[in-house]
Every structure is written in C-alpha cells, then in structure tokens.
Design a protein around this ligand. Structure first.
Ligand SMILES: Cc1cc2nc3c(=O)[nH]c(=O)nc-3n(C[C@H](O)[C@H](O)[C@H](O)COP(=O)(O)O)c2cc1C
Length: 662
C-alpha cells in the first residue's frame, strides 16, 4: 500500500458492482474540451483525456458526442460518421492503455443555449422558449424521437466496437432529456409527454435501445436532474421519483444527480468559489434511497482528496466524479495516492475553463498552464544546460510562476516582493468574500519556489540598485499594475488622495467590524469578480451601496455560469446598480454628494449621504524599472500586468511560457 492509499483507503479501494469495475473511486466528469474540429477525433483531444487516464482516474466520461445524425455540431465528435471509427478506436486505446475506462456522453442541449442569440440547431420537446436564450426549438415529431433513440443505440454499439466501456446519459443540466422529464418544459400530449410515464419515455426507451444494441458488459451511467430550481419543474422529490422509476425498470450501472437548469440556475451546474465545498453532496446523499442500490457518484465542487475520502468513508456515495479539479491537475489521483497532496495544483473554481469553451476556445485553466500538453501529467521542468542568475521583481502570481519554474530548471533565482507576503493582488482577493480558494494559486507557487531554492526578499520595494547589486543575467519584471484615475473626475482630486481605488480601500474595510452608516458608491469600470466581492464588503458596512457603471449591466467580463451568481448576490444584498453612468465632476464630496452622468443623455443623478466613494477601473502597467535596467544593458522581460494588464489566466500562462524560455 502506498502512503496515500493508507491515508485515503476508501478513495483508492476498487469498486466491483455488477458490470462496473473501477480500480479506484475517481471518475473524470464529462466536460466539453473544445478540442474537436469538424466533428472529428483530434490528437489534442485524445491527449487531454489520455493525460487524465495517465494521472490515475479509474474512468473517464467523455464530452458530449454527436450520437444521432441530427446532431452535427462541429465541436462534438460525430460518432454516426463512419470516418471517425479509426479515431474512436485510437481514443479508446489511449485511455485503456492506462487501465482506465472510457465512457462516451450522450447529450443534446435541445432548446438550451448560453451564448448570445438563438440556437439555430435547436430541437426540442415543446414550442416553449429556453429560459436563458429564449430559443424556441423545432419541436421533434414522434418519428424524430424514435429515430434519435434508435441512432443512440446504434452509435453506442459503434462505441463499444471501438473500445469504449459504456456511455453516460446526461439527463440533467437543463438539456434535452431534462426538457422531456420536466413538466415545466414538456407540454406534449403524445406518448412522450402528457403524464409522468410519458415524460419518462424518451429516457427509458433510450436506455432500452442501448441495452438492445450492446453486449452484456456495456455500462450505462445516468446523470439525473436533482434540483433544477425552477418552480413547477424538477425538485428533489420529483427527482427521486424519476430516478426510482428509471433504475427500477432499466439496468443502470451508476447514477448521479446534477443541479440547475438552462435558466437563472445555470450557476448551480458548476458551483464557483462562492459555493461551499462539495456543494451538492447532502442533496445527492439524500437521493441515495431513490436509486435502488445502483452505485451512486458524488459530484460538484469536490477538489480535495480528503473531502472525497470523507464522503466515501461515511458511505454517502460509492465513488466521486471530479471535473474541474482534474482539469487543473490530471495527476490529482496519483499524487493523492502517493501522499503528495501538497504538490497538487488545486482547482480554484474560477470557471475560466467554462468561459473559454463557451467562447469557442479550447479549454484552459488559470492554475494549469499546461492543459492537454503531452508532458502535462506530473510535469517537472527539464534542467537547463547553463544555469544563470535571474532576478524576478514582483511576488504576485506571475512573478511566482516565473520564479519557481526558472529555479526548478536550475537557474539561481531571487525574487523581490514589495509586500511581506507573496501572492500580490490575488492575496487581497483571497481575503474577500468567496475568494478563499484563490490562495491555492500562490500557495502552490510559493511552495514550489521554496522547494526549488528561490531566494525571497520580501517587504522590499526594489529599485534599480537593488537589482543591479545581484548582477543578474536576466531580469523578469512582474511588478503589476495600478488602477487608472476615473477621467471624468478632476485630476486635482487624485493628488489630494480623497478617493481610494478598491485595492487601497479593501484592506481598510476588512479591519472594520462595526456598521459605518451612510452610502458607499463603487464606480465599476472593471467588471471582474473581485470588484463585486468588494461591493459585498461595502454592503455589509454601509446603509446603502450603489454600483455605478458606464456599461448597460455589470459583470460583463465574468463567464455567465458565474455572473448569474453575482447578480443574485447583489440583488440579495440590496446593492443598487446605476447602469450607463459615469462619475461627474459636479460631485461635492465634502457634502457627501456624488453626481453621476448618463453616458447617453448627459442627465445628472444625485447620490446623497455618501460616506465613501471608490473606483475599480482599467489598470495601467507599473513598469518604471524596465527602461533604466535596459539602458544599463540588462535583458528585461515584462510579464503579466506589468507587460499588459489582463486576467489571472494571462498572468500564469505568460509567466509560465517566459520562464520556460529563460
Ligand atoms: C468547462 C466545463 C464543461 C462542462 N461540460 C459538460 C458537458 O458537456 N456535459 C455534462 O454533463 N457536464 C458538463 N460539465 C459539468 C461537469 O460534468 C460537472 O458536473 C461540474 O463541473 C461539477 O463538477 P466539478 O465541480 O468537479 O467540476 C462541464 C463542466 C465544466 C467546468
């Protein structure tokens, strides 16, 4: 037994129940990777999954596949297309080589769409609008449905011939099966609707079709809807009835429950950093009695092996489905098994992965700059032939990423940091509501840097002389950025320091324990997560909090799956939003009056009794060290915000790339 398997005996125990044989209790949950092109299997896609298999998962559930001919999306593999047979075999072979099972996911989003506009390929159960995109689908006839069911069966048979161990039917998340199951969306009067039995028929007949087309060894897993949060739709009670009816009639190899729908509850699908860990475990456990003894998979914001072990040890579930945590670190299982948890790069639940795939880009990760690269699993930087002296200025997440990699490659690295603690602005965000998990980014980097021998000089605002004194062969500047002064306010006010930006104000707010009274105004030209975390702190301390933004709504730069949560929290906390407005110079701060100007009409609105005004605006690089160092002949590379202020993703990925080139 390895150290880890002693520590996590339940997580690393095999599971043998009926047809289901798992070497441990860790299954990769289905996630769209956007690494498929033209409906064809691609090598980058196979590499993504092979890495998760090599990292120790017992089974991998694929992203949704085009199983029926009506499903033609170019970013999903067309199983019905014979030209994919060789690719499907290669895919299964690459996963099975690691003693890992591959299951293909059957799913169709039906009328659902979370991108802008209507879904042009929408097929659906009834002529009713999607709750988010308002797409009204082409209503499937009974023969359309029968054909789809038959094709699901024949494609499943093809998957089996190609080496897949089974399928997972996604009947939750507000997708097509869910739309049939829900009385909210299914208004048919034919045999696929009308009553509970009718609404179940599409799913039951699909399972039967797959069973009839495949061998006795083929696995069928079911992702059921749990609680979709829509009045008159599927609540836990109806979820239990559905799961009970399906699992008592059909031979199902595992079951799980996912939450939310294609509606205002979209954020329940993929709980972000504001949700409690293992968000849905209690609900899933409460539905255990509904699945007739079928192995139950726990799912939703499980990021840590100790959490997973706890759920398994108390018998809440039989195994765990892990999505984002395996994107961030595919070696999560083997590192856990070996007692190397401190070396795991943990998912911070930022949902950047989801944001990128919805933008049509390959899935990436804030805390894993090597997603799907051939050497991704348990990656260690290769040593350089000629170690050099590197000075990194800045101990935020870009400086730390560059430092640990450069040092792990054998360079002699010194890091200057202006603060006593590493982590930069991400450290501040981690102290704000919902930010806690972000500490995993810099904790990992700092530990890796220490392990690799990086020398830290923290609490020093390094100047040119400090850097030159170390006689560096190369300097990396990761000195970050500052928020721009709101240009509609008098420049003189900036010099007077009357109005702090949110980064200056937030640490002061965090020391306050008593209500302050009055109104807080936050001018928002940022539209990312951290700004709304500050707004939440303000709402706790002040009588009234007003967000003013020149755009027509807030949180535009946050993926929809997380911005819905922001809107909900702002609404619950009574935070007011004044859209399409800029701060006006006609404000009179001494009198507690802030005036804002509508960007379209010029009309002024007055906000009174203002106790605090703050701003969160686009950032400008802090790169003053670059020119003098270059003038002295030092090679200088700016990274992260210091080069061009952007996102956490850009900071970590750019620093990673630059450090590999040093
Ligand atoms: C980027 C991304 C894409 C996803 N795509 C799918 C999908 O296509 N089908 C599906 O059933 N679930 C999908 N999910 C949901 C996951 O399977 C899982 O239910 C959810 O992420 C919660 O698990 P986690 O907290 O371990 O990530 C996706 C999740 C993410 C993050």
């Amino acid at each position: 037994m390895t150290d880890g398997s002693t520590k996590y005996p339940h997580l690393f125990a095999p599971l043998d129940r009926g047809r289901l044989h798992l070497k441990n209790r860790i299954v990769h949950a289905s996630m769209t990777t956007r690494r498929v092109l033209d409906g064809r299997v691609t090598d980058p896609m196979i590499q993504y999954y092979a890495n998760r298999a090599a990292g120790g998962a017992a089974a991998v559930v694929s992203e949704p596949l085009n199983m029926a001919t009506v499903q033609t999306a170019a970013h999903k593999v067309r199983v019905w297309d014979r030209r994919n047979v060789a690719g499907l075999k290669r895919w299964a072979g690459a996963i099975n080589a690691f003693d890992c099972l591959l299951l293909g996911q059957i799913q169709d989003s039906g009328r659902g769409r979370h991108e802008r506009g209507r879904n042009p390929a929408a097929i659906g159960v009834s002529s009713l609008p999607d709750d988010l995109s308002w797409t009204v689908p082409h209503v499937m006839s009974t023969s359309d449905i029968d054909r789809m069911i038959e094709e699901f069966g024949s494609s499943a048979a093809r998957l089996e011939r190609c080496g897949f161990s089974g399928v997972e039917i996604s009947s939750g998340h507000g997708h097509l099966f869910h739309q049939f199951l829900s009385p909210w969306s299914n208004q048919r009067e034919d045999r696929f609707g009308g009553d509970f039995e009718g609404r179940l028929r599409f799913l039951i007949d699909t399972v039967a079709s797959i069973r009839a087309s495949t061998s006795g060894r083929f696995l069928i897993g079911l992702k059921f809807p749990g609680d979709d949060g829509i009045a008159g739709s599927i609540d836990p009670e109806l979820a239990a009835r559905i799961a009970n009816a399906v699992t008592s009639r059909e031979s199902i190899d595992y079951a799980t429950f996912c939450q939310g729908a294609h509606a205002r509850t979209l954020d329940w699908h993929i709980p972000d950093m504001h949700w409690p860990r293992s968000t849905w475990m209690g609900l899933i456990e409460s539905l255990r009695s509904a699945v007739n003894g079928v192995p139950l998979m726990g799912l939703g914001l499980i990021t840590d092996p100790a959490e997973a072990e706890g759920h398994l040890a108390r018998g809440a579930v039989d195994f765990v489905g892990i999505g984002r945590a395996l994107v961030t670190d595919p070696a999560w299982p083997i590192k856990s098994a070996a007692g190397r948890e401190a070396e795991i790069r943990y998912c911070v639940s930022c949902n950047t992965c989801w944001g990128t795939i919805v933008d049509g880009q390959p899935m990436v990760c804030d805390n894993n700059p090597r997603v799907a690269l051939a050497d991704e699993v348990d990656w260690k930087p290769a040593p350089v032939a000629r170690p050099r002296r590197i000075v990194v200025v800045g101990a935020g997440i870009s400086g730390l990423e560059a430092a640990w990699i450069a040092a792990a490659r054998g360079h002699q690295v010194t890091v200057f940091g202006s603060s006593e603690n590493p982590g930069g602005k991400t450290r501040l965000h981690a102290l704000l509501p919902g930010g806690e998990s972000l500490s995993s980014i810099y904790d990992y980097q700092y530990l890796a840097a220490k392990r690799a021998g990086v020398v830290f000089k923290l609490g020093i605002m390094a100047g040119v002389d400090d850097i030159v004194a170390l006689r560096p062969d190369s300097v990396v500047l990761a000195t970050g950025s500052h928020m721009c002064w709101p240009r509609t306010l008098p420049k003189a006010w900036e010099a007077e320091g009357m109005i702090p930006d949110v980064r200056t104000l937030a640490p002061q707010l965090l020391t306050l324990t008593q209500p302050q009274g009055g109104t807080a105004v936050l001018f928002d030209m940022d539209h990312t997560e951290g700004t709304y975390a500050v707004a939440e702190v303000l709402a706790k301390l002040f009588d009234r909090t007003v967000l003013v933004t020149p755009r027509e709504r807030v949180a535009v730069d946050v993926p929809l799956v997380s911005s819905l949560g922001i809107y909900r929290r702002l609404a619950k906390k009574g935070i007011e939003i004044l859209p399409s407005c800029e701060l006006a110079a006609e404000s009179s701060l001494e009198d507690g009056i802030v005036r804002v100007r509508n960007v379209y009409t010029g009309a002024l609105t007055e906000i009174s009794e203002v106790a605090v005004l703050t701003y969160s605006t686009p950032r400008a690089s802090d790169d003053v060290l670059a020119a003098p160092l270059r003038a002295l002949g030092y090679p200088v590379t700016e990274i992260g915000d210091c080069r061009l202020p952007r996102t956490v993703l850009s900071a970590t990925s750019e620093a990673h790339r630059v450090a590999m080139s040093l």
